[in-house]
Write a protein that binds this ligand. Structure first.
Ligand code: V47
Length: 397
């Protein structure tokens, strides 16, 4: 593969890091000889291949792997660490998919199943509004009866009531399901969602692309190729999206590398991904609850490897809800440049046993970022800086 930069819109990775950055302060040291050629490539801004990615996963030298990831992170963003003030809205937990990875979805008539009437969804949106959110993150189950029009009305109604709030709505899996139910092509479905107010798509549902793994953890979801094709179409019609990877269950290192390389290849083609978010599997209350939880080493390693391999992704997010605020904070020195947001009322991981709070105030996010020696930057969903005063919120376009 070429050693040159592929995405000219990204900061130059071969440029010198800012004065005082990691490369100037600390010399690279490792007792793992497999990392030396990778270090040479990272210094030269060259692309890593599958063998490099595997060597990173298999190295025990987390400090050396993190040193390289931090070097790349500081080249791209210096000390900046992004966060946003957002609210999650999960309109329904009714889901036909019954994925083994999930503790959130319910069958229609099961205890705990819910579906919000539109007015209820609008009230939920308004209830976090005191923080002046800039984003609604909207995802839910694959409901067998809700018509496509419900989702169009939901987005149009939110846009009408909160015109300045960005709607990051519906995973590729939900889009593909809605297209089947509405008997529309994926492109038409995306176009109608966009016309109703959807501004971008979240990164969920990607899980692990390898079929062997998908059959075990989410066998009724669209397959990896369909997820990628839906993302491709979204990018083609001008909708940015994120991408995720669910790790720490039955996948192996090769599956993770395959997942990262497929995302990188699509990003070369479309440039439509903004952020990559590795999601640590939470087994509690899922059919896979016999599996152990991820370790701190794996969580940090996953962030670092993602930063090093996904050289064409502008941002790597360490989602504090998933990682815990403490691991997310440390990961800001291991490749991550984003901590996600205030969230308010997270449900998907809390149903799966997450012990983190369901939301965090802006001041607390800023405090964590500063305590990591980084500079907090409030962003909107498209990574434009947000400035706040007592009475107004301004996005710098
Ligand atoms: O797709 C479900 C995961 C995802 C579990 O785009 C689980 O900015 C762990 O994608 N343990 C949804 N993970 C969340 C998501 C997301 C989150 C934050 C920011 C963004 C973004 C996207 O949650 C699902 C699935 O991969 N998930 N169940 C579980 N038991």
């Amino acid at each position: 593969m070429s050693a040159t930069r592929l995405n000219p819109t990204l900061p130059d990775q071969t440029a010198k890091p800012p004065a005082g950055g990691a490369a100037e302060l600390h010399a690279f040291q490792t007792d793992d000889s497999r990392l030396r050629p990778i270090h040479e490539k990272v210094l030269a801004g060259q692309r890593l291949d599958a063998a490099d990615a595997l060597a990173l996963y298999r190295s025990g030298d987390i400090l050396a792997v993190g040193w390289m990831a931090n070097l790349v992170r500081e080249r791209m963003h210096g000390d900046k660490t992004f966060f946003n003030v957002n609210r999650h809205i999960n309109p329904t937990n009714v889901c036909v998919a019954a994925c083994r990875l999930c503790a959130f979805g319910r069958k229609k008539d099961s205890p705990g199943a819910y579906t919000m009437a539109l007015e209820e969804a609008f009230e939920t949106a308004a209830s976090g509004y005191s923080e002046a959110v800039t984003e609604f993150h909207i995802v839910g189950g694959l409901h067998p009866d809700l018509p496509f029009q419900y989702f169009l009305d939901l987005c149009a109604g939110l846009k009408q009531r909160f015109p300045q709030v960005h709607l990051k709505a519906f995973t590729m899996v939900e889009v593909a399901y809605l297209s089947r139910r509405a008997k529309l092509s994926i492109r038409e479905t995306l176009e109608q969602l966009k016309a109703s107010g959807v501004d971008s798509l979240p990164g969920g549902g990607a899980e692990i692309f390898a079929d062997r793994v998908r059959h075990i953890i989410c066998d009724h979801k669209i397959d990896g190729d369909q997820w990628l094709e839906t993302a491709r179409l979204a990018h083609q019609i001008g909708l940015k999206s994120n991408a995720t990877m669910l790790y720490g269950h039955v996948e192996n290192d090769e599956d993770r590398v395959d997942h990262l390389l497929k995302l990188r290849a699509l990003q070369d083609e479309t440039g439509g991904f903004q952020t990559f978010i590795p999601l640590a599997f939470h087994p509690d209350n899922t059919p896979l609850q016999h599996l152990p939880k991820t370790t701190g080493m794996l969580d940090i390693k996953q962030i670092a490897v993602s930063r090093l391999v996904l050289d064409n992704f502008p941002h790597i997010k360490s989602y504090w809800q998933m990682m815990t605020a403490k691991i997310a904070q440390i990961s800001l020195r291991f490749g991550a440049d984003d901590m996600d947001g205030t969230v308010i009322e997270e449900k998907i991981y809390h149903d799966a046993g997450a012990t983190t709070p369901q939301g965090m105030r802006r001041e607390e996010l800023e405090r964590l970022i500063r305590a990591a020696g980084r500079q907090p930057v409030e962003r909107d969903t498209l990574y434009r800086p947000v400035t706040r005063t007592e009475t107004s919120v301004t996005v710098t376009v």
